[in-house]
Structures are given as C-alpha cells and as structure tokens.
Design a protein around this ligand. Structure first.
Ligand code: PHB
Length: 391
C-alpha cells in the first residue's frame, strides 16, 4: 500500500511538472540498427555490431548532452523483414536514424520508409551504386562496387593481362562489378571473353569455373559478397587456375578479412582491390584493429566493420553539428560534406550524392606473422563512385 502511494505520488508530481517520461525520452537519441545477425550474411551483422559497440566504448554514449541508445534488430537477410523492422523502429521506437543494411535488397526495402518518415538511413554495408539515388535520406559509409572494381581493371590492363573472364554473384553489386570491370578494362585495351553470373543463394560455382577455365583467359575476375568468399575460393583451388597459368583477381569482398585466414595457401599472391584491409598501415588502423580484437577475441575486423564504425561516427558527428537536434532534414544536412580520418584512410561524404569518397587500395594476399593478410601496395586516392551521373 505504502509503496503504491509513493509511486502514485511520484507519477502525480511528474505529471504536474510535465516531464512524465516524454521529456526524459527526448534526452535520449535512439538509433535503429537493422542487420543480418543470422543467415548466410550473419558475419556482416556481427562485424558491424561489434564495430558500433567499439565506437561507443571509445567515444562514450553521450553526444551534445544526449544519451545515445542503439536498438539492434535482426532482419535475417530478408527484405520483407528489413522493411517491417524499419517501420516499427520509426513508428513505435521513434528512432532518429535507421542504419545497417547488410545487402542491397535490404537497403532498398528501407528506402521508402526513410523517405516518408524523413529519417536519415545510413548504409553501413550494401554496395550497389544506385541505392543512394533511391531515397534523398540515404547516406552511405560502406563502399560501392564500381568504386572498388575500377582500380582493379586499371591495374589488370597495366600489368600484362589482356583477356579476362568475369564471374560475379547475380544481383545488384555483382552486376555493378561486372560492368565497372568491363567498362574500364576494355577502355584500357583489354578484352572480356565472357561475363558469368552465379546465383546468390546456394551457389554452385563449379560449372562456371570450368567454363571460365576452358576459355583460357589471362585472368579470372571474381566478386561474391562478404561471407561467400571461402566457399568460392575452395572451388577455385580445386580447379587449379594457378597451375593452368590463369591469374585469379577480384574485389576484396572475395578475400574478406573475416574469412581470409581460413582460406589457406590457395589465396597467397592473389591481387584484389578494396577500400579496407585489416593490414592497412596507419596509426588509426593499428589502434582500431588492436581495440577491436581485444573486445572481440577470435574476430578480425573486415571492410564491413569499418562501414559500421564510420556509420555510427557519422551519426555522432552530425548530432554534434546540430547541437543534439534530431530533426531528420537537419541531421541529413549535417552529414553532407563531413570528412575525417577513418581506420581505412581519409573519407568524406559527397554532399551531392550522399555517397562515400575514399581511397581504394591494390593488395596482395601474403603471410605475415603466420597469418594471411591483404597487404596494400598501391593507393588510388579519393575515389568517387564512377557510375553516379552516368545513368
Ligand atoms: C550488397 O549486397 O550490396 C553487398 C553485400 C556484401 C558485399 C558487397 C555488396 O561484400
């Protein structure tokens, strides 16, 4: 009885002073983090969640006097679930920002909700070029496939490779990679003998790899999304491309740091291009990798993790700029044009496209201290997505 009276008294006081919870709630900024935590892209979810937690550990959970609360939801990699979760987070939880999006179809499913609710949506993972055109509230901190692929095509043409077969996953980012490679490689005088596409789900690479080998190219160019590289490289190894004198190249998605060490010696010497390697040689990255591995034993940060780390960083920086104002359009404006040094190198958000501008690195898979890493040996600075404005 006593306790009930006391509680009622408290509630009454709260009502009388008009700060019943809503004022308290306003001191908290909620961020909805939608990720595939289960299913075939679960590693993307795990990496991004770990990176977001790390950023908040390092930088605290207060920005401009507001407490940051991240609400993580598992969309299992299915677009209809992403859409429902985005809706719930915006309508019920009243989040100021939605973020995450582990695959292109998942980002696309959230676009209309961001547009309608005028809530910024930070793409931390997906890489198809056209995603940011689908909502004025999309901002990307990951990468685009054309951005990462074009330097690989240029390197191939400059390094004695004349004929290439491409093999990609048959959906948005794969088709972007295929086109970007062909555009640049043929412009530089090379020839693409065939463009092969394997299904995204449960891919059986063997017939495609056999076909590629039979065409006797100088090189085979590969793209599969994060989490699928190990099974592809196992089948590449069984087909003995190296032995047949065919060089295997690709985007760094294939030699994802999360799986790389378990892929074995077949990957040694393989050249890829990408926006991030755990071996990136900078003080910022040394600290990032050390802190990440300390907080997550047996995990190595990959390119998805930096998309998450810089994505939450972008939200913090935007909130600082608005002085804690969470109005969607104000946050979005604050995000445009921001630039800083990430563990991957210098990055910025292009104010016109809301897409990330960053260095792309050419790397060679090598053993270092008994572990396999992608060792960067060339840098292409400040690369913009080359497809924007060209469609
Ligand atoms: C995508 O679905 O956009 C995607 C996912 C994983 C990658 C690259 C692109 O590694």
């Amino acid at each position: 009885m006593l306790r009930r009276h006391a509680l009622m008294g408290l509630a009454g006081a709260a009502l009388a002073f008009g700060f019943c919870g809503s004022a308290l709630a306003e001191d908290t900024v909620k961020i909805g983090l939608i990720l595939p935590m289960t299913g075939p892209s679960a590693s993307t979810g795990r990496e991004i969640e770990a990176a977001v937690k790390l950023y908040m550990q390092q930088n605290g959970d207060k920005v401009a006097g507001k407490k940051i609360e991240v609400i993580t939801r598992d969309d299992t990699g299915q677009a209809d679930i992403t859409k429902r979760l985005a809706q719930e987070l915006v309508v019920n939880d009243k989040v100021a920002v939605i973020a995450g999006f582990g695959l292109t179809p998942l980002a696309l499913a959230a676009g209309p909700i961001a547009t309608q609710a005028k809530v910024p949506a930070v793409i931390m993972a997906a890489g198809t070029s056209m995603i940011v055109d689908q909502s004025p509230f999309f901002v990307r901190t990951s990468f685009t496939l054309p951005q990462n692929t074009t330097p690989m095509a240029e390197w191939a043409a400059k390094n004695g490779i004349k004929k290439v077969v491409t093999l990609v996953s048959d959906y948005g980012p794969g088709i972007d990679a295929e086109k970007a490679f062909k555009d640049k490689f043929t412009a530089d005088g090379g020839q693409v003998l065939d463009s092969l596409r394997a299904p995204l789900r449960n891919p059986e690479f063997a017939p495609f790899l056999q076909k590629a080998k039979d065409l006797k190219p100088d090189a085979l160019f590969l793209f599969v999304p994060s989490g699928f590289g190990a099974s592809l490289m196992k089948q590449v190894s069984e087909r003995q491309f190296k032995e047949a004198g065919i060089q295997v190249i690709g985007t760094g998605d294939v030699l994802d740091d999360e799986q790389l060490n378990g892929m074995g010696d077949v990957v040694l010497g393989m050249i890829t291009s990408m926006n991030y390697s755990a071996a990136h040689d900078s003080p910022e990255n040394k600290k990032y990798v050390a802190d990440f591995e300390k907080a997550n034993p047996n995990m190595r940060p990959n390119f998805m993790s930096v998309g998450g780390y810089d994505g939450i960083g972008l939200i913090y920086k935007a909130l600082e700029k608005t002085g804690g104002d969470t109005t969607g359009t104000k946050l979005l404006d604050a995000m445009k044009g921001l630039s800083w040094t990430s563990p991957r190198g210098p990055i910025s958000i292009d104010p016109d496209t809301r897409d990330i501008v960053q260095n792309v690195y050419i790397r060679k898979a090598e053993k270092k201290d008994g572990q396999i890493y992608n060792i960067e040996f060339a840098t292409i600075p400040n690369v913009k997505d080359p497809l924007h404005g060209k469609k």
